[in-house]
Design a protein around this ligand. Structure first.
Ligand code: CA
Length: 375
């Protein structure tokens, strides 16, 4: 449900002039109830003005979110973070494409988009047969109260490759960042796609022309402790669940790739206190309700997918360090390998102790930001 207290605002209007106007209007009101409501409206409006002023003169980063939403809840928090950055006018979400092959994934995605005021965003789905089960929280979209859906949605998903080709064909050259936080099915199929009525370019040419960066949550670039504490090569979930497309993507994707390995999200755990306390501005919040359905507090979920989104939209804020340039490859066991090479287009994210502190604080602040009226 979208907050019904949203108000239409001029994105870059002058806060001082409008504060004065607003306060004059406020003082003319006689009802305490009305004044309270107006104070709430004012708070939302002022927050928007402050956030918009922060991002003034910055170009919006166009972004596509490719997700296996429903298999883990970090995808949901990552989508919330994208909407927070849209409200701040830092990015524009062109499309969401889904690599979890279950119809409720698109429905739940649309419910989250609708909650944040972006129900018109195109959604693409796959036909891969990968993770076909419903999962723990996408089924929330079926819940009703007093005959009304708790999470309104009206999804009309289409083929993911079609949605991706349309989004890219309509964009400026080298303007689109893609955050892939699930399996590699859709993007592998995209670069295999032939020219069509959408574009004279084949998929690989279209990506090369339109995409600036692929920010991907996959692989591992450190040894990871197993259940007994022994350090092992890690067969990361997004890779091993759909191995062939992951191998193909690593070897054939034509643009730069920033890899957020398993160790990055693991080092930045989402504090459960935020889930318990920061989302109560709405009685039925899809992020909070999904988190509880998946693995409730006091569990602190790793922020795997959120790190890829954050880097895709704010690559220059020093939230992460980068490895040298090189090439990532995936072996037949699903283990990722990095070979440094000065001409390589791949880098992987790294974290130091100072970055850990400010990066998790940023992630929490963005993921828990309420919807703001910006369009
Ligand atoms: Ca995911």
């Amino acid at each position: 449900m979208v907050l019904n207290t949203q108000i239409e605002l001029t994105p870059h209007s002058s806060p001082n002039v409008e504060i004065t106007t607003f306060m004059l209007t406020l003082t003319s009101m006689k009802s305490c109830k009305t004044i309270f409501k107006c104070l709430l409206l004012f708070t939302l409006w002022f927050n928007h003005s402050y956030l918009a002023a922060q991002s003034k003169n910055k170009d919006k980063q166009l972004i596509i979110f490719d997700t296996d939403i429903g298999n883990d809840v970090d995808d949901v928090l990552a989508l919330g973070m994208i909407h927070a950055l849209q409200a701040r006018e830092e990015c524009q979400l062109l499309a969401v494409t889904i690599t979890k092959d279950h119809p409720k994934a698109a429905a739940f995605t649309d419910a989250v988009n609708t909650f944040y005021g972006y129900g018109e965003i195109p959604i693409g789905v796959c036909n891969s047969g990968v993770t076909p089960e419903a999962g723990k929280f996408n089924i929330l979209v079926d819940q009703v109260e007093a005959g009304q859906p708790l999470y309104p949605h009206e999804v009309k998903p289409r083929d993911a490759v079609t949605v991706l080709r349309e989004a890219l064909a309509n964009a400026e050259d080298h303007s689109v960042a893609i955050a892939q936080v699930g399996f590699s099915t859709n993007l592998a199929n995209l670069i295999k796609s032939p020219p069509d009525q959408i574009s004279d370019l084949n998929g690989r040419e279209l990506v090369e022309k339109k995409v600036s960066l692929l920010s991907i949550m996959a692989g591992a670039f450190q040894k990871i402790p197993d259940a007994d504490g022994n350090l092992r090569d890690h067969r990361e979930y997004n890779v091993v669940k759909d191995l062939k497309p992951a191998i193909f993507l690593a070897d054939n994707w034509p643009t730069s790739i920033a890899w957020s390995g398993f160790e990055i999200g693991l080092a930045l755990r989402y504090p459960h206190q935020s889930i318990e306390q920061d989302f109560d501005y709405n009685q039925h919040h899809p992020l909070k309700d999904a988190y509880y359905a998946y693995n409730p507090p006091p569990h602190d979920r790793p922020t795997w997918d959120l790190t890829s989104v954050l880097y895709a939209i704010r690559p220059e804020r020093n939230y992460f360090d980068l490895s040298p340039s090189g090439k990532v490859s995936i072996d037949q066991n699903g283990v990722s390998h990095f070979d440094a090479h000065p001409e390589g287009k791949h880098r992987y994210l790294k974290l130091n102790d100072i970055q850990k502190v400010r990066t998790i604080e940023t992630i929490v602040g963005l993921a828990s930001q309420p919807p703001l009226a910006t369009h």
